[in-house]
Design a protein around this ligand. Structure first.
Ligand SMILES: [Zn+2]
Length: 306
């Protein structure tokens, strides 16, 4: 059973089309349901894919172009209609807070939940959420307006107990958490059993990065180094390459160059221009550059990380 996964809710650029919804994804990690971007229609997409509104606790906005946040007022007012309780934090730039807070306060006056605004700094790499097991960081992207990507990674992965060995040394139950954290065992006669004899290595930490919207910039590859899955915008194919740079976007081939430099496991392409009618062309172009797995995002697709 997966406890860390990503569901694509929208992967078009600019206006919604009949083929794709504007940008939104759901990153689920244990008890957290986190939205990354919230384009128009996101609440309908959540419904379509049977995702619980009640568990949404974080919303990370990449930048302030409408196709990435216009779904927010509708979604936040629906949460109250559903009597959602608990805390919901919207992470966006200071400019986003200044613009959205009065609007949200006006359209959802009586909220059933507690709404928090977290100001994201568009410069540098910053931790925006950390619950001890999952850390979310923002990092700069290079678009026509300030824009950030988000990296989700497991931290503090605990070692696995070697049951047989722990039984042999009679490790008391109350010490198990310390042992999982790497502590050695001190026997009643003072001898020390090193942790490596009682445990096996932790499962590797899983990680995911979201990059939309940006021109190809190798600084991005540094920020997403070694991720298992990289979602990188591929607004155009080779055919539209002349439009990519001037509009602050990338081609599929450029996304693949970032994935290759980062050593990502899987590259997920998305944020398609309306002019892209066959995404398999983008996959083919990206695969000429990047040896790993390349997938064209589509609404409803789900990727398991752990
Ligand atoms: Zn966009």
């Amino acid at each position: 059973m997966s406890y860390f996964n990503v569901t694509i809710l929208g992967c078009s650029s600019a206006a919604p089309t009949t083929r794709h919804n504007p940008s939104a994804q759901l990153v689920a990690y244990r008890r957290h349901n986190m939205l990354v971007d919230c384009g128009e229609g996101t609440q309908l997409q959540l419904r379509r894919y049977g995702i619980s509104f009640a568990r949404i606790d974080h919303i990370f906005i990449s930048h302030l172009h409408g196709d990435h946040f216009l779904g927010l007022p509708g979604l936040l007012s629906t949460l109250s209609l559903h009597n959602v309780e608990g805390d919901v934090t919207v992470h966006t730039f200071a400019e986003g807070v200044a613009m959205l807070r009065p609007l949200i306060d006006a359209v959802c006056r009586e909220r059933s939940y507690k709404l928090h605004w977290d100001v994201v700094d568009p410069h540098g790499t910053n931790v925006v959420m950390d619950d001890g097991a999952l850390r979310v960081s923002s990092f700069p992207l290079y678009h026509r307006v300030p824009c950030v990507g988000y990296r989700f990674e497991e931290v503090n992965k605990r070692r696995h107990i070697d049951r047989e060995s722990c039984d042999f040394y009679n490790v008391p139950h109350y010490l198990m958490n310390d042992i999982k954290d790497g502590a050695d065992l001190v026997l009643p006669d003072g001898r020390i059993v090193p942790n490596e004899r009682l445990t096996t290595a932790p499962t590797p930490a899983a990680s995911y990065a979201y990059c939309s919207d940006t021109v190809k910039d190798m600084r991005v590859a540094e920020c997403v180094k070694g991720v298992d899955i990289l979602y990188h915008e591929a607004t155009y194919g080779d055919e539209g390459a002349h439009k990519a740079g001037p509009r602050g976007h990338s081609t599929a081939r450029e996304a693949a160059e970032i994935a290759r430099a980062a050593g990502a496991g899987t590259l997920v392409l998305g944020h398609y221009s309306q002019s892209v009618l066959d995404e398999s062309v983008l996959v083919r172009e990206a695969s000429e550059v990047f040896d790993g797995n390349v997938v064209a995002a589509n609404e409803g697709m789900k990727f398991d990380l752990a």
